[in-house]
Structures are given as C-alpha cells and as structure tokens.
Design a protein around this ligand. Structure first.
Ligand code: SF4
Length: 71
C-alpha cells in the first residue's frame, strides 16, 4: 500500500534545525531534542501530500525530498 504514497527522504546532516518543516507538516516531520529533523514514517499519509511537499520546499537547507509514487 505504501508504494502508492509519496516517499520522504531526509538528510539529517544538512538539517540546521529551523523547524519550518515540522511547523508546516508535524505529522511527517518530527524534531529531536536538538531540533534536528527525523521521520517516524518514510511515506506521506494520504491527504497530507500538499503539506509534506510544502514542508520540504521551505527547508532552507534542502534537507528533505518528497518523491511521488511511481505511476
Ligand atoms: S526545515 Fe530543514 S533545516 Fe529546518 S528542521 Fe526541517 S529539515 Fe531541518
């Protein structure tokens, strides 16, 4: 089922802890105690695609990539 969902990858080494991603899409992007992003799930739940993509787009470190499902 998850192969039909957008996939999320993060590069924690790029993250500088601004938290913008988590502010926009807290269901997908979580922040650890140091404010660095991490994922509890690596796919976007249905209906949250727009927020997940926006959260990735606002990241000043370009640390997040959201990949649409294969057709
Ligand atoms: S927006 Fe980017 S730099 Fe900021 S916490 Fe999220 S991943 Fe890290």
């Amino acid at each position: 089922m998850s192969e039909k969902l957008h996939k999320v990858t993060i590069d924690r080494s790029r993250c500088c802890g601004y938290g913008l991603c988590a502010a926009i899409c807290p269901d997908v992007y979580k922040l650890d105690a140091d404010g660095i992003v991490y994922l509890e799930i690596d796919f976007v739940p249905a209906g949250m695609e727009e927020a997940a993509i926006e959260g990735a787009a606002v990241c000043p470190a370009e640390a997040i990539h959201v990949t649409p499902p294969m057709p």
